[in-house]
Design a protein around this ligand. Structure first.
Ligand SMILES: NC(=O)c1ccc[n+]([C@@H]2O[C@H](COP(=O)([O-])OP(=O)(O)OC[C@H]3O[C@@H](n4cnc5c(N)ncnc54)[C@H](O)[C@@H]3O)[C@@H](O)[C@H]2O)c1
Length: 320
């Protein structure tokens, strides 16, 4: 089976490809816009993947329709998994143009080509940010998503709407995944848990916005990959043409609690600078994962404490 994964040099893309390539029946084409040869976590991830004969990397920007078309035309993908995106709430406020290009134009290129090539199943990354400031928690797939409070969130909400209409118009099998704050080995250096470990261990200050009171449903990467794999391997998802799933652990931790846990794990005191709440940041995310758990008989998700310990173990190996 041939699988196209976009954003393959990214955190979730890499982690998914790394599991897919170890299954003998999957041949993975990973695309990303990353090309630099200089040392970066993107290239470190790609170098691991390139060691496996089931993985092929192509440097392609999903906004480039012509290049993308060549890849679609020269392969027969059973699954197209679109994880390429400009991510990050704050970036989307400062640099909306790149979000328009990748998250909207690039996403539509993927949709158009999946339709043209009759791709059996398109899976794409949405985000818990579509829930905005919800009235009730935990949020389920039925919770209202009409009030995203950042531009990033509205691009993800737009993806869901456009994908829904494509699925209806052209009878396409499409699944959207609302990920909740994913963390773990080979994670994103711009995200809170990675930054906190790095700065605390290097005795540098950490900045806590909004008094560190934000609450997040932090979800361990291996759980996310396991969920995506269940969707790929299980035919149940095909019963409905268009599906949306929350992908999250279903428990919450405040940023202040995370800092305390990291201090304990690293046996190092943090130096905290408090700053005001950032524009576009929601106070809370909390995943109701009942739909996924029920449909896929999903067992326990990794606790935040275990996940942080696993991250710390990886972090020490990676930087030593
Ligand atoms: N990590 C999370 O907590 C989280 C939460 C909710 C949703 N998501 C979504 O999941 C997906 C993966 O997230 P991630 O954390 O792995 O992010 P990431 O930034 O690590 O990975 C995204 C990858 O996409 C690539 N990319 C960006 N624009 C591209 C383009 N135009 N063409 C080709 N490649 C391009 C980047 O180079 C990067 O390697 C994204 O769609 C993101 O919005 C992530």
């Amino acid at each position: 089976m041939q699988v196209l994964v976009t954003g393959a040099a990214g955190f979730i893309g890499y982690s998914l490809c790394n599991v897919l390539v170890k299954k003998n029946n999957f041949k993975v084409i990973g695309i990303d816009k990353i090309n630099s040869k200089k040392k970066s976590i993107f290239n470190d991830r790609l170098n691991i993947l390139k060691k496996n004969k089931n993985f092929k990397y192509k440097k392609i920007n999903i906004c480039n329709y012509k290049d993308l078309k060549k890849v679609f035309r020269s392969n027969h993908f059973t699954f197209v998994i679109n994880l390429a995106a400009e991510a990050g709430v704050r970036n989307s406020i400062e640099n909306p143009d790149s979000f328009i290009k990748t998250n909207l134009v690039g996403f539509c290129n993927i949709l158009k080509l999946s339709k043209e090539m009759n791709t059996p199943h398109l899976i794409f990354a949405s985000s818990s940010s579509v829930y905005g400031e919800a009235k009730k928690y935990p949020t389920s797939e039925n919770t209202n998503t009409d009030n995203p409070i950042s531009f990033y969130a509205s691009t993800k909400k737009s993806n869901e709407l456009i994908a829904y209409s494509y699925s209806k118009m052209f009878n396409m099998q499409i699944t959207g995944l609302r990920f909740f704050t994913v963390y773990g080995p080979y994670g994103r250096p711009d995200m809170a848990i990675f930054k906190f470990f790095r700065n605390i261990l290097n005795k540098k200050e950490i900045i806590l916005f909004g008094g560190g009171k934000h609450i997040r449903d932090f979800t361990y990467i291996e759980d996310v990959v396991e969920d995506i794999m269940s969707i790929i391997l299980n035919k149940k998802v095909l019963l409905k043409k268009f599906n949306i799933y929350n992908i999250g652990g279903g428990s919450t931790t405040s940023v202040n609690q995370i800092v305390k846990m990291i201090e304990k794990i690293t046996k190092t005191k943090s130096k905290i600078i408090y700053d005001k709440k950032q524009n576009g940041d929601v106070d809370k995310t909390y995943c109701n994962n009942n739909k996924f758990v029920k449909e896929f008989r999903r067992k326990k998700y990794t606790s935040i404490n275990d996940g942080l310990l696993l991250f710390f173990k990886w972090y020490k190996d990676y930087f030593n």
